[in-house]
Write a protein that binds this ligand. Structure first.
Ligand code: NAP
Ligand code: GLV
Length: 314
């Protein structure tokens, strides 16, 4: 345990502050951490999720803004204090959750488990012809902390795996594609498409009629990144035309998904409520506290794992 003085302000919407404050106090004895309220004193570091603009406006002295999630798209829409470094979660127990969620969705579709479940519900003992996993190549968009872990997990099940990222990657068992120049080749080589990109101006709406049409016939879309990656109507059109066989969607343009949204009732769409990789309090507090302790020892914030490049937007 490290003892030093620093002031931390906590502003996470949709979360009860008290258990988090207690966990941070245990991890950083001597640090002064309290829940933010308008007029709160200036802090050195902030722990945030979806804070209001007022929070940023009232905390111009912040050096580190520690996001309790992996995605920083919502945070980067705010005007941030000049000179502050945003640090996002770097795994913190999320990659294993994402790997199990995506593998489950892939296997459920590949093994036709929904069909068996429907048959069993009618008391029907049925067999389907086994399918070849070679006919179901999996394309993973985004090979970062989560995407790489997912790609390795899917490869363990012996599916062919393609990966697409901004910069080239060499991952065992994964055929790598990089940049817009190779996006088409990546898509035509894939039947499952898993989105694990950050939401940035360069990736918004990237799952659209043009890109999804390039997937192999009988394609299956798994969006576990952000709702604004997907053009909802384009997905529905391609499902209804039969080019796509189905989709598992964990994230939506508006969350919670509005009750009248077509995704709720579409027979080829499985909806989950943004739960594929949850923030785990214990792992998150341990990671953020260790980073704050490193900064107190002189480590530059910008060199911490998960430090966000504001130019790139992730
Ligand atoms: P990350 O480590 O930053 O990885 C991002 C990956 O996307 C990198 O491989 C990056 O390429 C690639 N990329 C970014 N922009 C690109 C572009 N324009 N073209 C091609 N590739 C691009 O992020 P992460 O921790 O894996 O998280 C990914 C996202 O998952 C988060 O941003 C968040 O939105 C989402 N998420 C969702 C949940 C959920 O519960 N549904 C939970 C956690 C996170 P380079 O490697 O070349 O930079
Ligand atoms: C969840 O969606 C996250 O970005 O951590």
């Amino acid at each position: 345990m490290t003892e030093f003085l620093m002031r931390i302000t906590f502003c996470c919407t949709h979360t009860k502050a008290e258990p988090w404050l207690a966990a941070f106090r245990a991890a950083l004895p001597g640090a002064d951490i309290s829940e933010w309220a308008p007029g709160a004193p200036q802090a050195e570091h902030a722990v945030v999720w979806s804070p209001p603009q007022q929070f940023m406006d009232e905390q111009p002295a912040l050096k580190g803004i520690f996001n309790t999630g992996a995605g920083v798209d919502a945070l980067l829409k705010l005007r941030l204090p000049a000179g502050a470094t945003v640090v996002r979660l770097d795994d913190a127990g999320m990659s294993v959750q994402m790997a199990e969620f995506v593998c489950h969705a892939i296997i459920r579709h590949f093994r036709e488990l929904d069909g068996y479940e429907a048959d069993v519900a009618q008391g029907k003992w049925s067999f389907r012809k086994p399918r070849s996993r070679g006919d179901f190549p999996v394309g993973i968009m985004g090979l970062g902390v989560l995407g790489e872990r997912v790609a390795r997990a899917v490869a363990q099940f012996e599916f062919p795996v393609n990966g697409w990222s901004r910069s080239p990657k060499a991952i065992d068992g994964v055929r790598g594609f990089a940049g817009m120049d190779q996006l088409n080749d990546f898509l035509v080589a894939s039947r499952f498409l898993v989105c694990l990109l950050p939401l940035t101006p360069g990736t918004q709406d990237i799952l659209n009629r043009a890109t999804l049409s390039r997937l192999q016939p009988g394609g299956y879309v798994i969006n576990v990144a952000r709702g604004a990656h997907l053009v909802d109507d384009d997905l529905i059109a391609l499902l209804d035309s039969g080019h796509l066989a189905g989709a598992t969607l964990d994230v939506f343009r508006t969350e919670p998904l509005p009750p009248d949204h077509a995704f709720w009732r579409h027979p080829k769409i499985t909806v989950t409520p943004h739960t594929s990789a949850r923030t785990l309090r214990e792992e998150t507090v341990a990671q953020i506290a260790a980073k704050m302790a490193a900064v107190a020892r002189g480590e530059p914030l910008a060199r911490l794992p998960g430090a966000v490049d504001l130019q790139k937007g992730y």
